[in-house]
Design a protein around this ligand. Structure first.
Ligand SMILES: Cc1cc2nc3c(=O)[nH]c(=O)nc-3n(C[C@H](O)[C@H](O)[C@H](O)COP(=O)(O)O)c2cc1C
Length: 141
């Protein structure tokens, strides 16, 4: 059994990213990991203490084909995070057309706060694909 701890923090307006967060949590729990899910609005700094992995998720905002970025609420959340978090870091998003610059913008806001994100996964409908699962497996091994 893998007894590592995971915190999944998401920002969702219409529920797709919330669903994706829940699917990621379900999968990680099936791998024996102790997994907690929270929205950015319910997030408390104490939640982030001593976790082995953090998954940061936000829905993709932009002009459908260009200028993708996390929404203002997520940026404000990222700005308030403590510096130098040691947990292994992953990013996830949901989108309709393309994620474009979404992940690079999320990374920009997490710089100096977290470790470099070594996993980035995305979904159109909030479902976790087999490819996503394989990428998660590599990330947590
Ligand atoms: C204002 C707005 C801007 C959006 N911009 C993009 C975009 O640039 N690229 C894209 O692929 N999807 C875009 N979308 C679609 C959302 O990213 C997608 O529906 C997402 O799954 C919503 O997540 P949620 O259900 O968790 O709120 C946009 C949606 C809205 C409402």
């Amino acid at each position: 059994m893998n007894s590592k701890t995971v915190l999944i923090i998401y920002h969702s307006k219409r529920g797709t990213t919330q669903k994706y967060a829940a699917e990621i949590a379900f999968y990680l729990k099936s791998k024996g990991m102790e997994t907690k899910v929270t929205s950015i609005s319910k997030f408390k700094a104490v939640d982030i203490e001593n976790v082995d992995y953090i998954f940061f998720g936000c829905w993709t905002s932009g002009l459908l084909f260009i200028l993708q970025h996390p929404e203002k609420e997520w940026v404000e959340f990222a700005n308030k995070l403590p510096q130098n978090l040691l947990a292994k870091t992953a990013l996830f998003t949901t989108y309709k057309v393309r994620t474009g610059s979404m992940f690079s913008n999320m990374k920009k806001h997490l710089k100096s706060k977290t470790q470099e994100a070594l996993l980035q996964i995305q979904s159109r409908n909030g479902e976790l694909s087999e490819l996503n699962k394989n990428l998660i497996d590599k990330f947590i091994e």
